[in-house]
Design a protein around this ligand. Structure first.
Ligand SMILES: Cc1cc2nc3c(=O)[nH]c(=O)nc-3n(C[C@H](O)[C@H](O)[C@H](O)COP(=O)(O)OP(=O)(O)OC[C@H]3O[C@@H](n4cnc5c(N)ncnc54)[C@H](O)[C@@H]3O)c2cc1C
Length: 407
């Protein structure tokens, strides 16, 4: 049986794995991406139910690796304002791009658009091979290399294998890396919704005690992609309601801010959990993206953190190769782990804290929470700090996340 040799094997060609592949291919590394599923399809006539609110740092990364143009030419929804309010009081906070001296806070992009743009870019490299659908069977690592056996018997080998295979990561399990965390007993209901009033390029989020409901602006001024976090049983009910009954529930949950609401097309629900890998690396194995950390989607940070992982790992590998070091060694991989793990855990804890804070119903806490939001809203300097952090600006930015000229 054939045993092709690569410099890097990436299991999982989702947004994060594909970003890493496109970031290291220009270094001349022979890369193979193995994914269990074929690429998603996308049509300009409908909207993908899964979208991501991409920060500037993420757009910089996609731009530097040559994938942003492919995103842009398909479809994006810029957002200039983010408005968050508490359903239990009068607390409200608003972040504006103009106040922070930028034109947009970020872009809402369909996940399938990001994946197709990355796959298109990947095809431009002769040294990058895409194997999908392909099924992984066995992973063996010894001192010198990682060997991945596929279901058809083919064995791929490389000095390093990357687990970019999402929250239920097979690679993580094979490497014996444990996870910690908990299930929120909630699902995120996703749908495309038409509103009578225009969304005004604003990302809207209303906090209910049962979970936040977000309206993310699409390119059409009257269409938003929603993420409605609700207890799992309620989420299942919301999926089974007919459109009219769903619209009534949605209107009650979100209020009248955008006028009459009407769901367009299908709905789906995704389980929400907090989960993190206790280690990001073992000799010859490293984890990125959701394989390393799963967070609550309330501030839309999951894939943004994953793209920063990919950018940081690409930089770590490039440096190690320059020094002619064996980049599959734990010593090298720990540099990447130290770079990313602390921030990922901090963001995860912050999101979890927000979720708990807004889930509380005790009167004194509700009053303090609302007063705090209003106070923060009146402090431009603090808001500017938060906006910059939410846009992905950080001191130890991987070079690929730094300013890029994007069209
Ligand atoms: C409702 C909801 C809304 C969200 N909104 C946002 C947002 O606005 N902004 C944001 O930043 N994040 C958001 N997130 C989080 C974001 O979707 C994830 O962080 C992101 O998809 C992770 O990307 P990934 O490439 O690491 O993993 P995945 O997207 O899970 O991709 C994993 C890939 O690995 C492949 N794979 C899996 N198992 C195997 C295997 N055994 N063999 C081979 N291939 C395999 C899969 O086919 C897939 O292609 C949201 C999440 C949810 C649930």
């Amino acid at each position: 049986m054939n045993t092709p040799a690569y410099d890097l094997i990436i299991v999982g060609g989702g947004m994060v794995g594909a970003t890493l592949a496109c970031a290291v291919a220009p270094l001349g590394m022979r890369v193979v991406v193995v994914d269990a599923h074929p690429l998603p399809t996308w049509s300009p006539r409908t909207y993908d139910l899964r979208v991501s609110a991409l920060t500037r740092a993420s757009i910089n990364i996609l731009s530097h690796i040559g994938a942003w143009q492919g995103v842009r030419t398909r479809r994006v929804g810029p957002y200039e304002t983010m408005r968050v309010w508490d359903a239990q009081g009068n607390g409200v906070i608003q972040f504006d791009a103009a106040e922070s001296g930028v034109d947009v806070l970020g872009y809402i992009v369909e996940n399938s658009v990001i994946q197709l743009a990355l796959a298109e870019r990947a095809q431009t490299f002769d040294n990058l091979h895409w194997r999908a659908p392909a099924h992984v069977q066995q992973l063996q690592c010894d001192d010198g290399e990682a060997r991945l056996t596929l279901a058809d018997g083919e064995v791929l080998h490389a000095p390093l294998i990357v687990g970019a295979d999402g929250g239920s990561s097979w690679v993580r399990g094979q490497a014996g890396i444990a996870t910690r965390g908990w299930d929120y007993a909630q699902h995120g209901v996703v749908a495309t919704v038409r509103s009578a009033r225009a969304h005004n390029a604003t990302a809207w989020q209303r906090f209910l005690t049962t979970g936040p409901i977000a309206f993310l602006p699409l390119d059409d001024p009257h269409l938003c992609s929603i993420v409605w976090s609700a207890p799992s049983a309620r989420a299942q009910t919301l999926l089974t309601l007919n459109d009219t009954a769903f619209n009534t529930e949605l209107q009650a949950a979100f209020g009248d801010t955008l006028g009459a609401l009407e769901v367009v097309g299908a709905r789906a629900a995704h389980p929400l959990r907090l989960q993190y890998a206790t280690h990001y690396a073992r000799p010859r194995v490293v984890l990125i993206g959701d394989a390393a950390h799963n967070i609550h989607p309330l501030a839309g940070q999951g894939v943004n953190l994953g793209l920063l992982d990919a950018a940081a790992l690409a930089h770590t590998l490039a440096e190690a190769r320059l020094q002619r070091a064996d980049y599959g060694e734990l010593r090298v991989l720990r540099r990447y782990e130290r770079w990313r793990k602390g921030e990922n855990i901090a963001v995860m804890a912050l999101m979890d804290g927000f979720k708990r804070l807004f889930g509380a119903t005790a009167t004194p806490l509700v009053a303090t929470r609302n007063a705090g939001l209003n106070l923060l809203n009146q402090s431009p300097s603090l808001k500017n700090l938060i906006t910059r952090a939410a846009m992905g600006a950080r001191p130890d930015q991987p070079p690929l996340a730094r300013n890029a000229p994007y069209p």
